[in-house]
Design a protein around this ligand. Structure first.
Ligand SMILES: [Zn+2]
Length: 271
């Protein structure tokens, strides 16, 4: 079968990041919820001391309400949200964070470099409603950990997509069995040659850290990379005897990361 070796990313893809006409969610592990709009998604990780929201979609109240409603729908309590952890300082990930702060008073986590980047380089300079609109409480960097209750998120500095982009590895559980999940924070390669080289270096570093942590689950914060919407749809109606398609094994994870290399080599050819 002649399969695509990379997603098709167009202007429409970028535009669709602002499409708040529908949301979809699924509990993909016993302790992990995914909530998506058409192109971007976030995760909610359940710990023994409350919930951690990872990324926050787009700065739209609708996105905030969709995340909160999804949490309620699966029977968790949004009043137990304790942290908002961001991968990088782009508006489609910093998203609706200000409503989480207003309503749930959560401390926010991001790298210092990307906090400054977010402030100084708005993705849409001509649209103030997309500019940095809340403060970061905790600066995290490579080698740090973020712990809440029984869960620890391992933090990796993976610059390239943004100068201070972060990627995360954390345990998830299904039927009493632990798995290690990896979230590559900045999805697409950047537009300058040197930055693409840095992106590839970060990717190699992250893959080797993921191998040593025995990562067997691949997560993406963009649905176009991993057939996200289809995987969420499948997971919503998955039956007990069907596999969890997020669990792809260590070799599977390495293979999955190949898409980021393919995109990088394409970018280098173009630049
Ligand atoms: Zn980004």
């Amino acid at each position: 079968m002649n399969r695509l070796n990379k997603p098709v990313i167009t202007k429409e893809t970028i535009k669709a990041m602002e499409d708040m006409s529908f949301f979809i969610h699924a509990k993909i592990f016993d302790d992990l919820l995914i909530v998506a709009q058409k192109e971007t998604n976030c995760f909610v990780l359940k710990t023994s001391e409350g919930l951690i929201v990872i990324d926050a979609i787009w700065p739209s109240k609708k996105a905030f309400e969709a995340i909160v409603n999804a949490i309620k729908f699966i029977g968790w309590d949004p009043n137990t949200i304790k942290k908002l952890v961001l991968t990088h300082g782009h508006v489609d990930h910093t998203g609706c964070g200000k409503w989480f702060i207003d309503k749930y008073h959560v401390p926010t986590y991001l790298s210092k470099i990307d906090d400054i980047f977010w402030e100084e380089h708005p993705a849409k300079p001509d649209r103030p409603e997309t500019w940095k609109d809340y403060k970061i409480d905790v600066y995290v960097k490579d080698g740090d950990t973020i712990t809440l209750g029984n869960k620890t998120i391992y933090v990796y500095g993976t610059p390239g997509h943004t100068p201070g982009g972060l990627s995360y590895i954390f345990p998830v559980e299904e039927d009493g069995k632990l798995h290690m999940a990896a979230l590559w924070g900045g999805t697409t390669p950047p537009w300058a040659k040197n930055e693409v080289k840095e992106y590839i270096k970060s990717l190699d570093y992250f893959i080797s850290e993921a191998m040593s942590k025995k990562v067997d689950v691949a997560l993406s914060n963009h649905t176009s990379i991993d057939n996200g919407l289809e995987r969420i749809t499948y997971s919503k109606v998955r039956m007990d005897y069907m596999p969890n398609i997020y669990i792809i094994g260590q070799d599977g994870f390495k293979n999955y990361c190949q898409v980021f290399k393919t995109l990088s080599y394409d970018a280098l050819e173009r630049l």
